[in-house]
Design a protein around this ligand. Structure first.
Ligand SMILES: NC(=O)c1ccc[n+]([C@@H]2O[C@H](COP(=O)([O-])OP(=O)(O)OC[C@H]3O[C@@H](n4cnc5c(N)ncnc54)[C@H](OP(=O)(O)O)[C@@H]3O)[C@@H](O)[C@H]2O)c1
Length: 316
């Protein structure tokens, strides 16, 4: 089958489609024939070499943690899903390889009828991340939340999840994305110098929680929240120096403890919440652009701009 991989760090051109052996669904897993899968901004950063000192890996590195398609193998012990069902979901952290013709999923939910395959393929990672971070921040009705980097693949889903909890949302983006944020239901403002003052003017009674989907602005974000414990970042490796939690996820043991030190438990319950919201017409997955899997290098080029509006998706 075709699968996306890279064998070295470098520019988008190092990413290519390879012909590899098909995986099969082991116990507790399903295999899908992939219709669409999401490009991970984090994996594009890994490819660039930005994390080469922080994240140990071996080559070939096979990419993709989220996909949607029809189930074509059901592993031992799996109930409630059958061959032919349309689902979206996540691979395990170790298996990855979702940017491929067949993907083995460790967590999944039925594909909402309202979503295209492209939306479903790009949904699961942002859904899990948004749920995990909003849970950790304790975001609920009546609160005001700032989402930094709100127009991106993760931010645009975080905005909708926070609104669905009954919070008011201020989102930062470049000006060309302000109408897009308004359409999602957020109040837009620009990131960069003057952010603290702009947000204070928009939220005179204060901001209860800050969800940072970008990086490089933690001092301002702490000033806005009033306390580092009310800021969570998914993207800023400087977080510990500022007393801010950097959230990344890991599967859990039988007692619900994450299997990786410092990680948060994966918020897989978010997949079910996403289905319910989508069925009510309250959650869309904005797709920045869908590329045929053979054009994955162009998809990485778009990710590298850091200005994709929504999720970058590969079609199979
Ligand atoms: N730890 C985790 O669990 C986890 C999970 C998912 C993602 N991540 C990380 O989170 C980050 C965001 O992921 P993503 O999928 O949302 O990426 P993305 O889609 O590539 O994000 C693009 C967005 O970033 C905004 N942006 C660019 N520069 C910015 C700046 N200086 N300040 C604020 N916003 C800026 C852009 O806004 P404009 O175009 O409007 O300028 C654009 O909408 C990545 O670093 C990714 O690796 C971590």
């Amino acid at each position: 089958m075709r699968a996306v991989q890279f064998n070295e760090y470098g520019p988008p051109g190092v990413v290519h489609v390879a012909d590899i052996e098909e995986p099969h669904a082991g116990p507790g897993r399903v295999r899908i024939a992939v219709r669409a899968s999401g490009l991970s901004a984090g994996e594009a950063l890994i490819r660039s070499g930005a994390y080469r000192d922080a994240v140990h890996m071996t080559f070939p590195y096979r990419t993709g943690v989220e996909a949607a398609g029809e189930v074509d193998e059901v592993g031992e012990g799996v109930t409630g899903v059958a061959v032919g069902d349309a689902v979206f979901g996540l691979t395990s952290m170790e298996e990855r390889t979702a940017n491929a013709d067949f993907a083995v999923l460790a967590a999944w939910a039925p594909k909402p009828a309202a979503w295209s395959w492209e939306e479903a393929g790009g949904a699961a990672g942002a859904v899990e991340t948004a749920t995990r971070v909003l849970d950790r921040l304790g975001v609920g009705a009546g609160q005001t939340v700032l989402v930094q980097g709100a127009a991106g693949g993760t931010g645009s889903v975080a905005v909708q999840f926070a609104l669905a909890r009954g919070a008011a949302v201020i989102g930062t983006a470049g000006e060309r994305n302000h109408d897009f944020l308004r359409a999602l239901g957020a109040t837009p403002t620009t990131y960069g110098p003057g952010l603290v003052e702009r947000v204070r003017a928009l939220a005179p009674n204060g901001v209860d929680a800050v969800f940072d989907c970008a990086r490089g602005a933690l001092p301002d974000l702490i000033a806005i929240a009033g306390d580092p414990s009310r800021v969570v970042t998914i993207a800023d490796f400087e977080a510990p120096a500022h007393g801010v939690h950097l959230s990344h996820s890991a599967p859990t043991d039988d007692e619900g403890r994450p299997l990786l030190p410092g990680a948060d438990p994966m918020a897989l319950h978010g997949l079910g919440i996403a289905v319910a919201l989508a069925d009510e017409g309250r959650l869309r997955i904005p797709v920045a652009e869908a590329f045929p899997v053979t054009e994955v290098a162009a998809a990485h080029e778009l990710s590298d701009t850091r200005h994709a509006r929504g999720k970058i998706v590969l079609t199979h």
